[in-house]
Ligand binder design. Structure first.
Ligand code: ADP
Ligand code: MG
Length: 697
């Protein structure tokens, strides 16, 4: 078997491969495009395409595809063969620079929120040279952006790249103010920690809800839940270990540096974290990771559930988006520095994030909104729907000292002079690494914990990059015009802390008291997707996102519509699945058990006329009452779903779903789950939570 260094990246057209197969002139030119955002020389494209094809064919690839991320949340590909007929009747393999750079998929099946209709029927894909091409199942996959002919983004990569460019522009302005004339670009780095559940294929196949919706719609809680903490960091079961081993191998071959794997809090829940990389590559890698996770699971007779809340009452799955910004020279701008100047610069970037998170709480909430994540945010195990920021005690104290011009006690007990004093070393605190905060500073990066496990991380990073770019723009505008840089900097930091400290919260994010305090502080609390999505079009949000060139107003409108459409579709499918399962599986099963119990009691009485059969009588009474309740609740839900066709637009429909369909589903479920706890197990029509959650051994 090959060693890790041998197969790591073996399926990737990465820097090492490029260096070895491209001429030094072509390599240098491409490298400039990748590292410094310099536009690609068209002449170089042909040479790269040729080399890429030869490399791919040597690895057994027969096809190529432009690999892109439409607004459906999955990735899309359209395969084309490398092979062209040759004049002598044979075939030659061909792949031109033109084909590398631009593709024209039949885009009509991807959601556009009306954009294509307004602009141009077809869309095109465009190569993103900053994300390496790779081979997946004999196909060379070329990461691409997907746009309409009018230039409107129909995907998630395009606005992500634009947001990175906005951040780069503004961050460089700040660096120049601090005397850094050498950095050529600034980029966000991201490491997403991916949570997931592993269950057996048999369990999955036996549950229509899992098959149709990715989550269970019924199920009473198992007697052994996560309250018994033996799972987290516990020994990994052999079947899971075999899965993880193969998963790692596959990911490594595809250049994804999967690093840590351990059990998560819930039974059957696990986590995978890659080593961080540039935001757009991290986004591509995370999409690829989710795909490979599911494929490898299938080979092991398992199913990988990526849903945010596959099991009610059991810890849900998220994706912790670790985010930092650094220069092409390797300086992490969120890392406290060694010199007074670096420290002042660090505090300024920190303030930029504080301002961004406070001013654009709504955009961050929107960036993680989905029907699935609504079950998680605000429940007691996940971050609340209120966005707040955790800095830790030491950093909070430093900011307080600056805000109030009071001595900072850590270290010298003197006034902290920016640009003069070195900050004391504050350690990445292990005791109060606040796990409940939606947005936490963890030493040299921020961890945004609200992202859903099945979601692309693109949206969260688009909003984060853009909002921070906006802070930096405001800061640069002000500092560039100042006569006395140090004083202006000090004032700016002080004022920023004063104006935005309401977003800082070091306490327990699950606490009811915090939710009340957050309201008093004027923080948003958007509990559901229909509550937050329309705010995407709030004037301040449109102004910010358009001014940085991240989205056009039309793109925002279309995205708003698509997000709500996805929400409506998802919940409607869930509601219909529930109705089907209740009517054709649960009610008949419960009713049969009641009838058998009644028959048993009658037989007893026939034998022994004095017997009361109190137990059976009570049970049959309860079960009959429950089946009637289930029947009524199913009918109510059917009515609520039918009413959706009367909605005037997708916004109205989403509100009807929130107010009528989801409560109808909850009512139906409550009765069914109660019936489950009273029904003899052999009558149950599908596996229970206990069966599913402990299915993998
Ligand atoms: P945790 O204790 O939260 O599990 P880890 O050190 O394991 O933290 O890192 C979690 C994730 O954060 C990993 O994907 C890691 O690569 C990523 N990460 C670490 N440093 C940075 C950074 N400077 N910028 C972005 N992501 C980072
Ligand atoms: Mg973490």
């Amino acid at each position: 078997m090959d060693t890790v260094p041998e197969y790591f990246g073996s399926m990737v057209f990465n820097d090492r491969v490029m260096k070895s197969v491209l001429s030094s002139a072509v390599y240098a030119s491409l490298k400039k495009t990748i590292d410094e955002n310099v536009e690609l020389d068209p002449g170089v494209a042909n040479a790269v395409a040729e080399a890429m094809k030869d490399w791919a064919v040597s690895k057994g690839a027969t096809h190529f595809t432009h690999w892109f991320q439409p607004l459906t949340g999955i990735t899309a590909e359209k395969h084309d063969g490398f092979i062209s007929p040759a004049p002598d009747g044979g075939v030659i393999t061909e792949f031109s620079g033109k084909e590398l750079i631009k593709g024209e998929p039949d885009a009509s099946s991807f959601p556009s929120g009306g954009l294509r209709a307004t602009f141009e029927a077809r869309g095109y894909t465009a190569w993103d040279p900053t994300s390496y091409a790779f081979i997946k199942e004999k196909t060379l996959c070329i990461p691409t952006a997907f746009c309409s002919y009018g230039g409107q983004a129909l995907d998630k990569k395009t606005p992500l790249l634009r947001s990175m460019e906005a951040l780069n522009r503004q961050a460089l302005r700040i660096l120049r103010l601090f005397g850094n004339d050498t950095a050529k670009c600034v980029r966000p780095s991201v490491g997403p920690e991916q949570e997931y559940f592993l269950i057996t294929k048999e369990m999955y196949d036996a549950r229509p809800d899992l098959r149709f919706t990715g989550r269970t719609l019924f199920g009473a809680r198992p007697p052994k839940g996560q309250e018994m903490d033996d799972h987290y960091f516990g020994a990994i079961k052999p079947r899971v270990a075999a899965y993880m081993e193969e998963l790692n191998r596959e990911l490594w071959a595809h250049g994804v540096m999967a690093k840590t794997e351990h059990n998560e809090v819930a039974p059957a829940q696990h986590e995978l974290a890659p080593i961080y990389t540039t935001a757009n590559v991290a986004t591509d890698h995370n999409q690829l990771t989710m795909e490979i996770m599911q494929k490898v699971a299938a080979r092991h007779g398992l199913v990988c559930l990526l849903h945010e809340k596959p099991f009610a009452g059991v810890n849900g799955s998220g994706k912790h988006n670790n985010w930092s910004i650094s220069t092409n020279e390797g300086q992490n701008l969120l890392s406290p520095g060694e010199t007074p100047y670096e420290n002042a610069q660090f505090l300024l970037f920190l303030c930029a994030v504080i301002r961004a998170v406070d001013d654009y709480q709504d955009l961050l909430r929107i960036s993680v909104a989905s029907a699935g994540n609504d079950h998680r945010l605000g429940a007691s195990e996940a971050p609340p729907a209120v966005v707040s920021m955790f800095l830790g005690d030491e950093l909070t104290e430093i900011l307080n000292a600056i805000e109030n011009d009071t001595p900072y006690k850590g270290g010298k007990n003197t006034l902290l002079k920016l640009g003069v004093d070195v900050l004391p070393r504050f350690n990445r605190d292990t005791t109060d690494r606040n796990r409940t905060s939606p947005f936490a500073f963890t030493g040299n990066k921020f961890e945004f914990r609200m992202v859903g496990s099945s979601d692309s991380i693109a949206c969260a990073n688009i909003m984060l990059n853009s909002a921070v770019a906006e802070s930096l723009r405001v800061f640069a505008d002000r500092l560039e015009g100042s006569a006395d840089f140090e004083t202006a900097l000090h004032d700016l930091i002080r004022q920023t802390v004063r104006a935005h400290k309401r977003i800082l919260f070091n306490g327990n994010g699950y606490d009811e008291a915090w939710i009340r305090e957050a309201a008093a502080r004027g923080l948003h609390n958007y509990a559901t997707t229909p509550d937050c999505i329309p705010h995407l079009l709030d004037e301040k949000n449109v102004a910010m996102l358009t001014s940085h060139g991240v989205f056009s107003k039309e793109e925002l409108r279309s995205r708003c519509e698509i997000l709500l459409e996805n929400y409506c579709k998802t919940v409607t499918i869930e509601a219909n699945t529930m109705i089907g399962m209740a009517l054709t599986q649960i009610m008949p099963a419960v009713s049969r058990f009641a009838a058998d119990t009644a028959r048993g009691a009658a037989a007893k009485k026939a034998l022994l006329p004095d017997v009361h059969c109190a137990y059976e009588t009570k049970l049959v009474g309860k079960l009959s009452a429950l089946t009637d309740l289930i029947d009524g609740a199913a009918e109510n839900l059917q009515t609520a779903v039918a009413a959706l066709s009367g909605a005037k637009n997708v916004f109205e429909e989403s509100v009807m779903i929130r107010d009528f369909v989801l409560p109808g589903m909850a009512a139906l479920r409550a009765h069914c789950d109660e019936a489950e706890t009273l029904t003899e197990k052999s009558y149950l029509p599908f596996p229970t939570y206990g069966d599913i959650l402990f299915s993998v051994r």
